[in-house]
Design a protein around this ligand. Structure first.
Ligand code: UD1
Length: 422
């Protein structure tokens, strides 16, 4: 099994380019179910979840291949013969498999899926997905133990979400593409990745308005009327935040290109409050840090608030900041599992329910740790940059699910990081 070995590093310098977002590309791939022909996605990250989704779509009848000339280009060929049942082992290995629900109901009128997998942050219910689709005429059979639904004909509905869920918003939007009449989603998720999916669907011929706002309206169009398009995946704001956090703890002057500062506005303000000088530059963000950080309090919220996916990075920054920071997790109460691993590096963190209290320490020390999930794994790599000695991170397969060559990218800005096999 591979491990990532990190030595104390800094100051970092140079430019690091981030690719497209995991939480967008997987859903854009699923959008290929809507139109026969060859779709093209560009700015595709080289991550294992893309391979998993490729196999999943392959099992449903869409051929997915990387361009021979450019691995960041993906070709998806839908030959019009779509199956509605997916292999359980693939569905169970990524959260985004739940995004098959809306498109399969819209295009085929039926679907049967096992429960989706993904990072283990505790309970990840899908009640809002089911309630929304039921309001549109889908009939779920709870007795089967699967997510099994049928819909002879979906119809528009006025749906108010209890919480702006990313996945529920996406499933309702996609289910509404061919529904009769108008579907309105209130309290919809506004994440840039949700907007990216809606934008691609509009390019394909769907009728969606209110993109990027909390009220999205979809007017159904005829089945078979959507066409394949070429679309560039929106830049990955979480990968971008990772390299910003790396520069913040190690010090240095780094430009992170490929992700919009506008998509990270609240995060950048909070990072700036901690000490580093942060500015938007054309096509990205520039950070200057002397490695000195001061504590702030942080709470995770739906977009445009601070994303829960940034949190392990911020906790890592607070671990080496001056003072005490309180972090409140409002989305996934169970999402503090990596705290134990950070503590092995000398971090002083106490958790209480959905709060973490982080007392900054003068320095971390290297140790052997294990990545519990994608973002926490990346945060452990960042922590290693601020730790004396050698930090060894196992569970690298989690990091590979969402990070495209984190080791190469960090080396490119001068960090002492390597990947070892065996
Ligand atoms: C997506 C992202 C994930 C990110 C999360 C929040 C993907 C593949 N994953 O996950 O990386 O951390 O958004 O930004 O895009 N909820 C319910 N019932 C539902 C649906 C959600 O109670 O039917 C709750 C969840 O338990 C959670 C909150 O709503 O507390 C947000 O979940 P949601 O926005 O749906 O996240 P995902 O789409 O699963």
């Amino acid at each position: 099994m591979d491990r990532i070995v990190v030595h104390k590093s800094g100051p970092l310098s140079g430019i690091v380019d981030v690719p497209g977002a995991k939480n967008s590309v997987l859903k854009l791939m699923v959008a290929s179910l809507f139109a026969e022909g060859c779709h093209e996605l560009t700015n595709v990250p080289g991550i294992s979840d893309v391979d998993t989704m490729g196999r999943l779509l392959g099992a449903l009848g869409v051929r997915v291949e990387h361009s021979l000339h450019d691995p960041s280009v993906l070709h998806l060929t839908n030959n019009g013969n779509i199956r509605t049942q997916a292999p359980p082992e693939l569905v169970e290995s990524i959260r985004a498999s739940i995004n098959l629900l809306g498109p399969l109901l819209a295009c085929c009128g039926r679907v049967r899926l096992d429960l989706p997998g993904g990072d283990d942050f505790g309970a990840r219910p899908i009640d809002m997905h089911i309630a929304g689709l039921t309001a549109m005429g889908a009939e779920f059979d709870p007795a089967t133990g699967f997510i099994e639904a049928r819909a002879e004909a979906l119809h528009g509905a006025d749906i108010e979400l209890d919480f702006p869920s990313v996945g529920a918003t996406e499933n309702i939007v996609t289910a509404a593409i061919h529904a009769s009449g108008v579907t309105t989603i209130r309290h919809a998720a506004r994440e840039p990745e949700v907007a990216d999916l809606c934008t691609m669907l509009v390019e394909m011929g769907a009728n969606i308005s209110g993109i990027g706002t909390s009220v999205i309206t979809v007017e159904g169009v005829e089945r078979g009327s959507l066409r394949p398009v070429t679309h560039a995946v929106v830049g990955d704001r979480v990968q971008a935040a990772t390299y910003l956090a790396a520069a913040a703890v190690a010090g240095g002057e780094v430009t992170v290109a490929g992700s919009s500062a506008q998509h990270m506005e609240v995060l950048l303000r909070r990072m700036h409050d901690m000490g580093p000088d942060i500015s938007a530059v054309p096509g990205g963000v520039r950070i200057e840090s002397d490695g000195y950080l001061r504590a702030v309090d942080i709470q995770t919220l739906p977009y445009p608030g601070i994303a829960t996916d940034y949190k392990p990075l911020l906790v890592t920054m607070l671990a080496v900041a001056e003072g005490i920071g309180i972090v409140t997790e409002n989305l996934y109460p169970g999402r503090f599992r990596y705290v134990e691993e950070l503590s092995k590096l000398g971090a002083d963190i106490r958790t209480d329910g959905h709060h973490a209290i982080i007392r900054g320490v003068d320095g971390l020390r290297g140790a052997a740790v294990s990545a519990p999930d994608i973002r926490a794994g990346a945060a452990l790599v960042v922590a290693g940059l601020a730790a004396q000695g050698r930090t060894t991170i196992s569970g690298v397969d989690h990091i590979d699910r969402g990070y495209d060559d984190i080791v190469g990218r960090l080396c490119g800005i001068g960090a002492a990081v390597e990947r070892v096999t065996g």
